[in-house]
Design a protein around this ligand. Sequence first.
Ligand code: GTR
Length: 383
Amino acid sequence: TLIPISMQAQNKANYDESKVPALVLPDPFVSEKGEVIRSKEDWEKVRKPEIFKLFEREVYGQIPRDFEDISFALAQENENPYPDLARLEEVDITVRRQGQSHTMRLNLFLPKKKSGSFPLILLINHRPMDPEGSLVDEAFWPVPELIKRGFATASFHAETVSPDDADRYQEGILNTLYPEQMEMADGMKAFGAWGWAAMRGMDYFEQHEKINAAKSVLVGHSRGGKTALWTSANDPRWAITYANESGCGGAALSRRKFGETVEIINSSFPHWFADNFRKYNGREESLLIDQHMLPGLIAPRAVYYASAKGDQWADPKGEFLSLKLGSRVYTDIYGQKIQFPEAFESITSPIHQKSVGYHIREGEHDLSWTDWEIFLEFVEKNL
Ligand code: GTR
């Protein structure tokens, strides 16, 4: 059963900027021993691993990497899901570990007309699919448009590895492959499992002759966006990572407590984050990290956030601020030239910088064609 976000929780949420606590954020550039981190070497050897460990242990949980064997089988092919445009490969990815196996399904659309190998966009999907394997909502996953622009595009469904359901999330790779994770306070939950699935998708793309895996883009909306960020922090094979309206536990700064909070999200979705994350319910200040430290785990690879004005639940300002602060790893450590507007309120157009991008649009919480269109401009510049 999905636990609906209670009216009580929503009513508890703050939407008043004047009630946002004064922000005192942990410093990405001071190590646990108190050393100031300036060089790429100290960042990569000392500080980045420290920050990664904290996110893994206290927030998202592990994404286990070990298994004995992976195999790919073409379960179905459709030569004409979109006449003349694309071919659909439905692939069963089977992973074996300790005498058990799990099979997940991946749907991959490949451009038909062009030859050569294609850049790839993978969407983490938690929405219902039609029997053809594509999505009902073509704005959410605009396959024909992506194909026309020369991308291959793939998706897998959350159900295939961990159902998005507090009572059933174990009925996937947790039960089949990694049961010991359920005993751990930092063990994998649904986000970890979805991230694991994206990584297995990448294993497939890497050996696919029609895919240029070095040009791979990972996309997620909302809960999928939170997952995309954590996946990319774990797996450097993604060239660009796009978290759309990912809000609390994704792009947004937890300490702002604006809209959805750590306590609300852990109560509504107890199957998403590591159990340890509950320690911070109402105690965001005691967490040694905040979400502005997440882009640094992806850097220097490209990262993209987007917000919607009507999606105050996800705290657009908190999403922007964490990216702006997070982009300091790109500038101070990797020497990128990046310019962000001083104030969130003064943004009038997309901020498309080298390796870091952001937009905010009118309208409600959704991954819309407008979002895709603006994001694809960034992709074309950065891939
Ligand atoms: C909401 C949840 C958000 C976000 C969203 C979604 O109900 O509170 O954190 O993940 O669902 O995935 O669309």
